[in-house]
Ligand binder design. Structure first.
Ligand code: FES
Ligand SMILES: [Fe+2]
Length: 347
C-alpha cells in the first residue's frame, strides 16, 4: 500500500538528459524524458501500439519516439506522429504522470492527475544556492521497503551502532541526546543536541575538532517520505544549546527522499550541502564521500532488516523509548493512507 496522492522524488533533474530514463515507481514502469523544449515528461513505459517499452526509444523534435515503429508521444502522453498515416486516433495515447522540475529534483505525482497540487511540493532552495551551500547528490538503490529507510532516519540512536567509523560516536551519547519532538499533522520536526560529546570521525576530518563538541541535528519529516536535515557542531561549552544557536562554524545540510520502487525496494535520493568551507570544492567532495559511506552503512543494515521481515513479518515486534519520533511518523503515514482509501471509497 502506498500513498498515491503525493509528490515523490522521481529522479534527480540531471538524470533526465537526452536519453529516456526507465524508472519503476510503486510497481509501475515509467519512462522519464526531457523533450527538446527542455520540459520533462513522465509516461507509462508502454507504447500504445504494440506494448514496447518506450525507454528503448529516443527523444526527437516532436517528443519521445518509440523504438519499434516510430510513434511519437509528447509530455502529456498524446501521440503526435504515426509514420505512414495522417489521422491520429483519439485512443492513441499513453498515461502520463504530472511531473515538476524544481530545486534539482524531478517530482512526480502518482495519484489522480486532477488532484496534483504543485503548491504541496517541498521547497529546497539550498540546492540552488551554490555559493553558500555547494552540494553534491546521489541515488542509492535499496533492497528494502521505503518506510524502513524513513524509520532509520527517525531514530538516530542507530548512529552509534551502525556508523561507528563515520558519523557515529559513542552509542550512549546518542541514546542520551536531548531530543525535542514537535508533532505535526503532516509530519514532524525534531531537534537533537549531544552536548560535550566525542566528535565522530567524519566531523574530525571535515572540521578538525580537537576536543569534545556540542553537536546538533535538526530533522523535518514531511509525509510521505521526504526528510530535510540540518546538522552542525560547536566546540563543547559553546552555550549554543541554551540560546538555540545553530549557526555553528561547522554545519551541513542533508536531503533524504525515499521513493518506493516495489514493496521491498526503493530509491534513496540524497544530497549533502557544505555550509562550512564553501570556497573549497575538496571540502564538499569530502563531505559527500563521508556521508555516502555512512548511507551505505544504512543501506546494508536496512537490507538485512528487509530479509528478516520477508521471512518473519512484523508481528510481535516491540517499540522502545527511543522510537517516539518513528512511531509518530508511521502514524502520520497511516492516517494519510486511510484518508486516501476513504476518499476513493466515497467516489
Ligand atoms: S510498438 Fe511502439 S510504435 Fe509499434
Ligand atoms: Fe544512518
Amino acid at each position: 500500500m502506498f500513498i498515491r496522492n503525493a509528490w515523490y522524488t522521481a529522479a534527480w533533474a540531471d538524470e533526465v538528459a537526452d536519453k529516456p530514463l526507465a524508472r519503476r515507481i510503486m510497481n509501475e514502469p515509467i519512462v522519464l524524458f526531457r523533450g527538446q523544449d527542455g520540459k520533462v515528461g513522465a509516461l507509462e513505459d508502454r507504447c500504445c501500439h504494440r506494448g514496447t517499452p518506450l525507454n528503448v526509444g529516443k527523444v526527437t523534435e516532436l517528443g519521445l519516439e518509440c523504438g519499434y515503429h516510430g510513434l511519437v508521444f509528447d509530455q502529456a502522453g498524446r501521440c503526435v506522429r504515426i509514420p505512414g498515416q495522417d489521422q491520429i486516433p483519439e485512443r492513441a495515447k499513453v498515461r502520463h504522470y504530472p511531473v515538476v522540475e524544481k530545486n534539482a529534483f524531478i517530482w512526480i505525482w502518482m495519484g489522480e492527475a486532477a488532484r496534483a497540487d504543485t503548491s504541496q511540493i517541498i521547497d529546497y532552495p539550498w540546492h540552488d544556492d551554490h555559493a553558500q551551500w555547494p552540494h553534491k547528490h546521489a541515488r542509492y538503490d535499496i533492497k528494502g521497503n521505503y518506510m524502513l529507510m524513513v524509520d532509520n532516519l527517525m531514530d538516530l540512536t542507530h548512529l552509534g551502532y551502525v556508523h561507528g567509523s563515520t558519523i557515529g560516536g559513542n552509542p550512549m551519547q546518542h541514546v542520551d541526546a536531548k531530543m525535542k519532538v514537535t508533532r505535526k499533522d503532516n509530519g514532524l520536526h525534531f531537534m537533537r543536541w549531544m552536548l560535550n560529546s566525542v566528535p565522530p570521525p567524519t566531523y574530525i576530518k571535515a572540521a578538525g575538532f580537537k576536543g569534545r563538541i556540542d553537536r546538533w541535528q535538526e530533522f523535518e519529516f514531511m509525509a510521505p517520505s521526504s526528510i530535510l536535515q540540518g546538522t552542525g557542531a560547536f566546540d563543547a561549552g559553546s552555550g549554543a544549546y541554551d540560546t538555540g544557536n545553530q549557526d555553528s562554524p561547522f554545519k551541513f545540510r542533508l536531503f533524504h527522499g525515499l521513493t518506493p520502487e516495489t514493496e521491498t525496494t526503493c530509491f534513496y535520493f540524497w544530497s549533502a550541502a557544505n555550509g562550512y568551507r564553501q570556497d573549497d570544492p575538496a571540502a564538499t567532495d569530502q563531505l559527500f564521500s563521508e556521508i555516502g559511506k555512512a548511507f551505505l552503512e544504512d543501506k546494508a543494515i536496512v537490507e538485512q532488516q528487509q530479509i528478516g521481515l520477508n521471512e518473519r513479518g512484523e508481528a510481535g515486534l516491540v517499540d522502545i523509548a527511543t522510537d517516539g519520533a518513528r512511531v509518530h511518523m508511521r502514524r502520520v503515514v497511516e492516517q494519510r493512507l486511510a484518508a486516501e482509501a476513504r476518499s476513493i471509497a466515497a467516489e
